[in-house]
Write a protein that binds this ligand. Structure first.
Ligand SMILES: *Cc1c(COP(=O)(O)O)cnc(C)c1O
Length: 427
């Protein structure tokens, strides 16, 4: 496990070894762990802004709005960063809308996705004037129109259509196939648009799709674009203008040698198709989540015990499935590296947390040279980790740090045990 000095990690240019120490930008991770304890999420501001810049370059000269899909990581300081950089937000709940407002985001740049919006959430979003509701069923159209009429407003709507293309990703993160709970089937979309256009509380403004997540190939995007543009033509031929076209999120990141296209390269291909089909001057929207934040974050964790076994050696760490749910949920792979590598060969371990579940593993069959007390960094932990974290086993959620150059800002305090039961009452 000899890690070369001054080595950047694949896909993570702002997370690198300098000397014998892993850094996020100009900050030593061993020092952050000592000062703030573990588990600890550490994010690079520069990495987030450079991921965003790839989209911004891709859309240069176009009318495009980037709406950060905030469920990937909804910490207020991260929303603030993206809001200040000009992003809108793709939200999936009223709670996320409250976060956008608390972070200073512009509600006029918010789009609201999700199959199960409640009347209360619709009302909240209409009152602050969001840009668009991405509606996922005909039944939702009726309820949204009713809520809007009650408020004397017209709700701007886009229909989320299901282009039925296979994004070739994990089944749990594929969303654009038949038999999936998301979106309106391609065959039903024209009828749904006619229905929407007939309702008194709605104004049709757009169309959208989102085919899945951790997509590492441009083909599914190109196929989905063709399907969506076919529908735009049909809907407009029926006399319903489509103002904006939203291509969703889903671009993958490098977890384990994955080679997704860069956002600007992907969009060069997609825009060429849009231009060829005559839609290049439309208002465009995208909803990236993981690709803006995933490789900008690490989770620091301390080795508690090494437990040799007959079939497996276990490296027991102080982070668990409640902090890093992706391995347990999707069998996802995160690289795990020491923040201060030792020299030598190491031993193969299953890296596991303290939670009382066999599913509580963070990495399997990893070669590591570690001792109890060493700090490890779980990489690619900027997306769908802290935002999915729970208090299972009455574990307080981790603290979070945003690094900016040589400054480390504490953006969320560690939860205490008391915090985890503060809303409960004895009878
Ligand atoms: C989750 C989600 C996204 C973001 O997906 P990523 O894979 O993180 O880019 C975008 N749009 C919708 C509707 C989503 O549900």
């Amino acid at each position: 496990m000899n890690t070369p000095t001054n080595a950047t990690l694949p896909g993570q240019p702002h997370i690198a070894y300098s000397g014998d120490q892993l850094h996020v930008e100009g900050v030593r991770l061993s020092e952050l762990a000592r000062e703030h304890g573990t588990p600890l999420f550490v994010y690079s501001k520069a990495a987030m802004l450079s991921a965003l810049a790839a989209y911004q370059r891709g859309f240069a000269g176009r009318q495009a709005q980037i709406c950060y899909a905030m469920k990937a990581n909804s910490s207020l300081a991260i929303l603030q960063l993206f809001a200040e950089a000009g992003c809108g937000f793709d939200i999936v709940s009223g709670g996320e809308l409250a976060r956008v407002l608390a972070a200073g985001g512009d509600p006029a740049k918010v789009i609201f996705s999700g199959v199960g919006k409640t009347r209360a959430e619709m009302k909240q979003a209409l009152q602050v004037g969001i840009a668009c509701f991405n509606v996922e069923s005909e039944a939702e159209l009726d309820v949204l129109s009713d809520v809007a009429v009650g408020l004397g407003k017209k709700a701007p709507v886009s229909l989320r259509v299901n282009p039925n293309v296979d994004p070739k990703t994990h089944p749990y993160i594929s969303t654009g196939l038949k038999g999936n709970k998301f979106g309106i089937a391609h065959e039903d979309a024209l009828r749904a648009y006619q229905h929407a256009a007939s309702l008194p509380g709605l104004k049709v403004v757009g169309i959208d799709c989102h085919i899945g997540s951790q997509i590492t190939d441009s083909t599914p995007y190109l196929d989905a674009m063709d399907r969506v543009l076919d529908l735009v033509a049909d809907v407009e031929a029926a006399g319903i203008p489509i103002h904006h076209i939203d291509f969703g999120g889903g671009l993958g990141i490098n977890y384990n040698g994955d080679t997704p296209p860069e956002a600007d390269a992907l969009w060069a291909q997609l825009l060429a198709k849009l231009d060829a089909r005559g839609y290049g001057q439309r208002q465009l929207m995208v909803e990236p989540g993981r690709s803006l934040v995933g490789n900008a974050g690490v989770c620091l964790t301390e080795v508690l015990y090494l437990k040799p076994g007959e079939q497996k050696n276990f490296c027991i760490i102080d982070a668990a499935m409640n902090d890093l749910p992706r391995p347990a949920m999707y069998q996802a792979f995160h690289q795990i590296v020491p923040v201060q590598p030792r020299s030598g060969d190491g031993v193969v371990y299953d890296v596991v947390g303290p939670v009382c579940e066999s599913g509580d593993w963070i990495g399997r069959d990893r070669q590591l040279l570690v001792q109890a007390g060493d700090v490890l960094a779980v990489l690619s932990a900027g997306a769908y980790c802290m935002s999915m974290a729970s208090n299972y086993n009455t574990r307080g959620r981790a603290a979070e740090i945003l690094v900016d150059g040589t400054k480390a800002h504490l953006i969320r305090q560690r939860e205490s045990a008391f915090d985890t039961f503060a809303l409960e009452q004895l009878v």
